[in-house]
Every structure is written in structure tokens, then in C-alpha cells.
Design a binder for this molecule. Structure first.
Ligand SMILES: Nc1ncnc2c1ncn2[C@@H]1O[C@H](COP(=O)(O)OP(=O)(O)OP(=O)(O)O)[C@@H](O)[C@H]1O
Ligand SMILES: [Zn+2]
Length: 869
């Protein structure tokens, strides 16, 4: 990859490194690292930003690199686009040396005043070095010498143990590059030890790590940790076994003849077996005790080799005897057209993005399956990413029945299972990987396609470092391998829709439902109209509709309320006091089971106070509506109906999700009520009515995506009905029936919504028309935190001005959650039409930005944030 050695920034052995990130000062790197165990935002801490070396080589594959100018979807931030406007490597990371006006680290010149004499250069050419990054601060990269005996073994993507600073024990890091010759080799320390025998990441994945590290401004070591599950890193479910082989160089007939009888027998057996054997295998098969084996070992006539192996056999395959059958349907016209276009993309062997815009119930899954069937014929494999909640037995079953070898990854696997699946995937045993966002990293050796189902779903964005979006990473990975990326949704994200209008993705519409079923009728109930209102949360029209549906034999109802708990505020009617979380300043939610008041941001829980904690007034009031209160009301209104509630409170135990859904499927439940969990992907033909209790819930958030979320939620939940031959209808309760998002959802009109929404986004160049970055600053003392935010703002403005980039910088301001887990929060928003300008500005600003340890303030960079809370 690297050709011009002389221009390399040399990262000398850490102990010799001056400057702010000097690792021998143990604390300096951890300066901003805060409390690593505090949950969501833990660990996503910036200290010194990586001095990334110039990883700007071409892709390893001989596939032509696709053009990269992919507005906001997968724009890989290739700043060196000017070099070659067309063939830009999607994983290219710009050369910091080219960009840096002020070098932050020591340059080669500063370190070595005189050039080494030529004879030394000749020797140095023969020195192999490795670049190593760390997940804990200091993050590197630092160069190390590769000892001769490791030269042929060490590759990028392996873990190594190396001396770091003054630490007594070697530190584990990831090798990201090996190369020959280094002018500074005299000062380099040796790699102490290899942790892995084989790389855990192949070269394309290593490049993906480096690209993610650059784009998301996260330490490469932490990106590796996100890529390689901890169960794999720790070898969960494995054990070490020692194997014996004959030491042929010392063995001849005379030697064997000279041995005692038992040892002779064992050695002959081992030679004849012609494979390495463990001592227990030998003892059984050669019918001996451990004595002769030990003697042979002492005489050096057998060689020992330890290997780490899976201790357990395959975890059980999903129990397919669940009474379901998977029919292979004859395709609808929409489906065959969509399939043709995907197959054409696969056969073109080019990286290409397709957006499958299929209305709810159009049969998108069948298209994915057929497309994968096409791929598997050529020995290739696919990744299917789904929202975690869609990993229901229904989805698993669909894939497992149609392919011989499927790996389903989900959050309830044991570490050993996860490791086992990872190994299976890596050996090329698996045709299809189905899983949530982290499955985008599945190490399939012959990856031929990536599919994101429900691509608009918020769960594809990770909310801890590295704060990646699986769609963007999937795009980068697919394009670098030259394989298609298929995005599927009934309500595509504005990003993906925009990519189609700019020619960066191909739109594949599926406008009709399977069997030409009509889309369900949607009735809007205006909650401002008195006559329709009741004292509860279910309006008269919705009440009537539920009654009618329950009278229909087998008719089922889904009710959506996107708020869990019983009451969302606990307020004193006398003094107005609201019971709030002391750590987050957010109102506590009353949960009836157990009489608890819970903070939904940090889980802080107290017994619900019987009187006002402020004025002792005896008559505290529960306001607002959660799913628990709705359940109580529904039970009272429809006493004969069988009701199930589905939200994260009732779905805590493994398998509970599946139990409720199969009860609903088999007709043992008449009314299923719950949060957005029930809005996604469910396919039940007897659902004749969907009720939305409050469509405005998400509308008034201070977030430019509020309309989009509302449209998606209402459209998706509406799509759960009318999926059988019995039709279906939808009742949506709202205080703003005239809102464009609600209007468009009521007509199932995505295009109308998208067109209007794009006009709004254009006004302020919000994504997808521009890029947004967010920096959250948090600390224990409010004004110190604010002052830190202000000084970061100054850096950002200076960086922008130096670079001459057009970047709008807003803030610092307190976000809606202005206090979380006892820390005050401020945020700064950055906006730019060019993603790379935004990234450069932040990178430049934080390069030398350090916060005094005593301030106890940390900051987090979130590129393409999905929420502003
Ligand atoms: N060609 C076909 N003929 C008959 N039934 C089909 C066909 N294709 C799919 N189906 C069935 O139609 C139903 C809906 O399919 P699927 O769940 O894939 O839709 P979808 O497009 O993913 O919908 P949603 O976006 O609402 O989740 C499933 O029960 C599936 O088995
Ligand atoms: Zn809290």
C-alpha cells in the first residue's frame, strides 16, 4: 500500500514520543476518558485523535472502484477526489500529511537531525515494522519492529502484545499494517508476542476499520472492538489442546528399536496415524497410559503443538418444527421485476445500490430470498440486516427453511454460540447471515450482496463509539468489494430516497401488495372534536371499530401507543411539582406493577411517592399516558377480549417476544397493544383493525426528522392490516390531522410525503442535502462543562476559518436531555453541504484540544447523528 517510505510520518517507539499524547505519562491519554462504565455514552471518549497514517492506497481487489460521490448515503469522505474524479476508492482515507498545515506530532526531521549514513540505510531496508493501534488511550498508531521469527506470520488484522510507555505488562493492540524498512527502526521496540495465529480481519475489513475510524472520528482500536465480537476476542467456548506429532528428524528404525516396548508401540502408532493426536486420543487409540507419551516427549521424539479449539459442538439449529411451512410462491409482477433488477446488479459484478421501495405487504422478503438463491449458485453468500426486533422466529424460519446453511445472529446468544457462529461464517460454511446492525461486519469470505431490510429503521445507528450507521458501513463495504447493496422499505429514509433522485441508487418500486390486495382504509380521528372524545384515551370512533372487529369471527386488533409505563408524569396538583430524576432532570414515569417511578433515560427507580415530595400534598396526580394505563382502559372497555401487551417492560425475558407473537398468531389473543415493537414487520392475516392512539407523539420533538419518524411509524403500523383476504382498516387518533406527514400516511402516499419533506430539508440544508455532526460535551459541574464547550466552539470556528470551509456551527446549547446520569450536557451542532468539510473541521479542531484532568469533562463526536436528545 505504501510506496514512498520517505514521506511517512514516523511514529517512534512511544517512550520517545514527546507531545500531548505521550503514552509514558499514563494519565495523559486517559485525560478525557471519564467513567467508562456509565452506560450508553461510556467509552466513547476522545482523547488524542489518531495520527492516521496515509492509508490511501488503491483497493486490494482488482475490481474497479466505483464512483463515490454518493450524496449522504455512503459518501466515503474521499477528500482526494480531485485526483481521480471517477474511480475513487470508497474506503480511501485522506492523507493527513497532505492536509495538515500544523503538524501535531514530531516530524522525522525533528527526531533525527542528520540523515543516517548510507550503510545503515541498507541495513534498515531489511527491517520489518508493524503499525499498531489500541482501543484504550493512547490509541496510536505506533510503529514497532517485527522480530524475525514473526515476520512470516504477522499480518494486518491480528492482535499483538507490545510494550507501551512505562506499563509493566505488554499491551494488546491491533496490527493495521506491516511493511519493510523504516528509517527510525533503531528506536523501535519489538513486538512482544502474537495474540492471534490468523488475522481476525481480512485486508478489506481492515480497510473498512480504517475508513470508519476516519469518517466517524473514532479510535481504530475501538472500531476493531466493534467489528470483532468480544466472544471471539476472548475465545469464548474454546479450550487449548495439545497435539503430538512424531519428530521425524530424530527418528529412524534404529532409534525406534532402541525404545522400550510401550514407547515403541505408541511412536509407531503415531507415525502410522499420519495426523497430530492429543494425548487422550493416543491413550485410547494406542491403548496406553500417559507414561510412554511423557517419556517420548522427554526424549524429544514427539513434538508438541497447542491449538485453541471450540469446546462445544454446534449450538442447536432453530427448531423448525413450529408448524409453519415455507411455500415458494410464484412471483407477482412487481416481485419478478425487482428480482430481475437485483440479479442484473449481481451479474454485473459492480458495486451498486438498489432501493426496493415496496409498500407494506408487497412481498419484499421473497425477493431477497430469490436474489440470494441466485447468488448462492455461484458459491457466494449474503448478509441480511434487519432491525433487532424483526429477528422473530417468523423471519428466522423463512430463511432457515430456504437455505441449507444460515447463521442467525441476535442479542440473546451466549458468547460461545456467538463465537461458534463467527467461526462458521469465517470458514465459508454459511450462505446467509441474518442479523442486526453488527452483522454488517460478518466475515463472509465470498460476500456477494448486502441487504438492509427496513432500511429506514433507527436501530441501524449505533449509539456508542464507534457511532456508525449500518447503512453507510454496508455501502462502503459493498462498494469496496464491488457487490450490490439492496435497501428495502415501504417508507425509505430521506437519505436513500435522495440517493435515487441523484442517480446514486437505483429505484426499484413495488407499488402493489401481494395478491393485489388493497391498501387498508385509514380514518383520521380529530381529537380536538369534542363529540369524538371520551374520558379515556380511546375515542368513540376507535371504540366502535374495536367492537365491530371483535364481533367478526377471529378478527384481531393491534393498538399502537409509543410510550411505555403507566403515567408519563407524576405531578402535584397543589404546588405543580413534577417528580423528576435527580441525575437526568427528566420526569419519572409511573409503572403500576410494583408502584415504581422510573427514569426512562437511566433506569433510576424509586417507589412512587404517595404524596408530593415538595409540599406534602396528599393527592399526587398521574398524568400522561403509557401502555400500562392503556391496557387497563382496554380491559375495562372490552372485558371479554383477550389482551396482550408488548413493550420493553413485558419483553424482558428471552423468548417472551416469541411467546406473545405465537399466541397472537394462533388466535389466543384478540387485542395486541404495545409500543413501536408491534409496528414492524408482523404479518398476520386476521388483523382487521389497527388503532394508533396518538399519532402526534413523535411530532413535536426538536428534531428535523420528527415528521419523517411520524410518517414511518403510522405507515408501518397501518401496514399490519389488510394482509389477508379479509381486508382491514386503520383508525389514527391525532390532534393535528392536517399535518402533512399524517395526511400522507393516511393515503399511503410516500412520494407526496418525500416531496414535501425534501422542501423543508432544503430550507436549512438538513440531511440528506447536507451533513450534520454533533458534539456532546458533558461534565459534573455545569459552568465548567459550558466553558469547555465554549472553548471547543472557539477551536471549531478557528479550524473552519483556517480551512476556508463552509460549515455552520451552532451552540453550545443544552440539548433536550440537559442532564444525564448526573452529568450536565451541552451540544454543538455542525452543518455543511460537504460531509468532508464537516469532518475536516472537527478533526482539525480536536487535534490539539485537551481538557485539564481536574475539569472532569468529556466530549463525544457523533457524525450523522440520528437524534438530538
Ligand atoms: N408471490 C407471492 N404470492 C403469494 N404470497 C406471497 C408472495 N410473496 C410473498 N407472499 C406472502 O405475502 C406476505 C407478505 O410478504 P412480506 O412479509 O415479505 O412483505 P413485506 O413487503 O416485507 O411487507 P412489510 O414491509 O409490511 O413487512 C407473506 O406472508 C408472504 O409469505
Ligand atoms: Zn435518570
Amino acid at each position: 500500500m505504501l510506496t514512498d517510505q520517505s514521506s511517512l510520518p514516523i511514529h517512534p517507539c512511544p517512550t520517545h514520543m514527546p507531545g500531548p499524547s505521550r503514552p509514558n505519562d499514563r494519565n495523559s491519554g486517559d485525560r478525557n476518558s471519564g467513567d467508562r462504565n456509565s452506560g450508553d455514552e461510556a467509552g466513547d471518549v476522545r482523547s488524542d485523535l489518531d495520527n492516521l497514517a496515509p492509508w490511501d492506497g488503491p483497493a486490494d481487489s482488482d475490481q474497479p472502484a466505483p464512483p463515490l460521490d454518493f450524496q449522504s448515503l455512503g459518501k466515503a469522505d474521499a477528500d482526494d477526489r480531485s485526483d481521480s474524479s471517477d474511480d475513487v476508492d470508497p474506503l480511501a482515507v485522506p492523507d493527513p500529511e497532505k492536509q495538515k498545515a500544523v503538524a501535531s506530532g514530531p516530524s522525522q526531521g525533528e527526531l533525527f537531525e542528520t540523515a543516517p549514513p548510507p550503510w545503515e540505510l541498507a541495513v534498515q531496508d531489511d527491517i520489518a515494522t508493524a503499525k499498531v493501534v489500541f482501543s484504550e488511550a493512547p490509541h496510536g498508531p505506533y510503529d514497532y519492529r517485527i522480530p524475525d521469527d514473526m515476520r512470516d506470520v504477522l499480518e494486518a488484522g491480528m492482535r499483538v502484545r507490545v510494550p507501551l510507555g512505562r506499563r509493566r505488562q505488554p499491551t494488546t493492540g491491533w496490527c493495521v499494517e506491516t511493511k519493510m524498512g523504516s528509517a527510525a527502526s533503531r528506536t523501535l521496540k519489538d513486538i512482544a508476542e502474537l495474540v492471534d495465529q490468523d488475522p481476525l480481519c481480512d485486508p478489506p475489513l481492515v480497510r473498512l476499520v480504517l475508513w470508519m475510524s476516519h469518517y466517524y472520528q473514532a479510535p481504530a482500536g475501538q472500531v476493531f472492538d466493534a467489528l470483532i465480537p468480544s466472544s471471539v476476542r476472548s475465545g469464548a467456548g474454546t479450550r487449548e489442546r495439545t497435539y503430538f506429532t512424531p519428530n521425524t528428524s530424530l527418528i529412524d528404525d534404529a532409534v525406534i528399536e532402541g525404545l522400550p516396548k510401550k514407547q515403541q508401540a505408541v511412536l509407531r502408532f503415531l507415525i502410522a496415524a499420519a495426523r497430530p493426536m492429543t494425548s487422550s486420543q493416543l491413550m485410547v487409540e494406542a491403548a496406553c497410559t500417559s507414561g510412554p507419551i511423557k517419556s517420548l516427549e522427554k526424549k524429544n521424539l514427539v513434538r508438541l503443538e497447542t491449538r485453541r479449539e471450540m469446546a462445544t459442538a454446534a449450538p442447536m439449529r432453530w427448531n423448525l418444527g413450529d408448524g409453519e411451512v415455507e411455500k415458494s410462491h410464484s412471483l407477482t409482477d412487481d416481485q419478478s421485476n425487482a428480482l430481475q433488477r437485483i440479479v442484473a446488479a449481481v451479474d454485473s459484478e459492480k458495486g451498486k445500490t438498489l432501493l426496493l421501495h415496496g409498500v407494506t405487504g408487497s412481498g419484499k422478503t421473497e425477493v431477497y430470498i430469490r436474489a440470494i438463491e441466485h447468488l448462492v449458485k455461484f458459491g457466494r453468500s449474503a448478509i441480511v440486516l434487519v432491525p433487532e426486533i424483526s429477528l422473530t422466529p417468523q423471519t428466522r424460519g423463512r430463511f432457515e427453511r430456504r437455505f441449507n446453511s444460515v447463521a442467525v445472529l441476535h442479542s440473546q446468544m451466549t458468547p460461545a454460540e456467538r463465537h461458534f457462529q463467527w467461526q462458521r461464517i469465517r470458514t465459508g460454511d454459511v450462505q446467509v447471515v441474518v442479523g442486526p446492525r453488527s452483522a454488517v461486519f460478518a466475515p463472509l469470505p465470498h460476500l456477494g450482496m448486502i441487504i438492509l431490510d427496513e432500511e429506514h429503521d433507527g436501530s441501524f445507528k449505533q449509539d456508542t463509539t464507534p457511532r456508525y450507521h449500518a447503512r453507510k458501513v454496508a455501502h462502503a463495504r459493498a462498494m469496496s468489494l464491488g457487490v450490490p447493496l439492496v435497501l428495502g422499505s415501504a417508507t425509505p429514509s430521506m437519505e436513500s430516497w435522495h440517493a435515487c433522485t441523484t442517480g446514486h441508487a437505483e429505484l426499484v418500486p413495488m407499488p402493489s401488495r401481494v395478491g393485489n390486495r388493497p391498501m387498508p382504509d385509514v380514518q383520521l380521528v380529530d381529537l380536538r372534536v369534542r363529540d369524538d372524545r371520551t374520558s379515556g384515551s380511546i375515542s368513540r370512533p376507535l371504540h366502535r371499530a374495536v367492537e365491530e372487529t371483535l364481533r367478526d369471527p377471529g378478527g384481531q386488533v393491534i393498538l399502537l401507543l409509543n410510550r411505555r409505563g403507566f403515567a408519563t408524569t407524576i405531578q402535584c396538583p397543589s404546588c405543580g411539582h413534577v417528580v423528576a430524576c435527580p441525575d437526568c432532570d427528566m420526569p419519572l414515569t409511573h409503572h403500576r406493577d410494583g408502584g415504581k417511578a422510573v427514569c426512562h433515560y437511566c433506569d433510576y427507580t424509586i417507589a412512587t411517592p404517595p404524596w408530593c415530595p415538595a409540599c406534602r400534598f396528599d393527592g399526587i396526580r398521574y398524568g400522561g399516558l403509557g401502555t400500562q394505563r392503556l391496557e387497563v382502559e382496554v380491559k375495562a372497555r372490552f372485558p371479554d377480549a383477550r389482551i396482550a401487551r408488548m413493550d420493553s417492560d413485558t419483553m424482558k425475558r428471552p423468548g417472551s417476544h416469541q411467546r406473545v407473537l405465537s399466541a397472537f398468531r394462533s388466535g389466543e389473543v384478540d387485542i395486541l397493544l404495545g409500543t413501536q415493537m408491534i409496528a414492524k414487520g408482523l404479518d398476520f392475516p386476521n388483523v382487521l383493525l389497527v388503532g394508533v392512539i396518538n399519532a402526534d407523539g413523535a411530532l413535536h420533538f426538536p428534531d428535523f426528522r420528527a415528521s419523517e419518524r411520524t410518517f414511518q411509524l403510522v405507515t408501518q403500523v397501518a401496514g399490519r392490516t389488510g394482509r389477508g383476504d379479509r381486508g382491514g382498516r386503520v383508525v389514527v387518533q391525532t390532534f393535528t390531522p392536517e399535518h402533512p406527514a399524517i395526511q400522507a400516511a393516511s393515503r399511503h402516499d410516500y412520494e407526496q410525503f418525500a416531496t414535501e419533506e425534501m422542501v423543508n430539508r432544503r430550507k436549512f440544508n438538513y440531511p440528506p442535502l447536507g451533513s450534520v455532526g454533533r458534539i456532546i460535551i458533558r461534565g459534573a459541574v455545569e459552568d465548567v462543562t459550558e466553558a469547555t464547550a465554549e472553548s471547543l466552539l472557539g477551536r471549531l470556528e478557528a479550524a473552519r476559518n483556517q480551512l476556508g470551509h463552509e460549515v455552520r456551527i451552532l451552540g453550545p446549547a443544552p440539548p433536550p436531555i440537559s442532564k444525564l446520569r448526573g452529568k450536565y450536557r451541552f451540544h454543538i451542532l455542525l452543518q455543511s453541504v460537504e460531509a468532508s468539510h464537516l469532518g475536516d473541521t472537527i478533526r482539525r479542531a480536536v487535534e490539539t484540544f485537551t481538557i485539564p484532568e481536574k475539569d472532569d469533562v468529556q466530549y463525544v463526536i457523533d457524525i450523522d447523528p440520528m437524534d438530538m436528545l
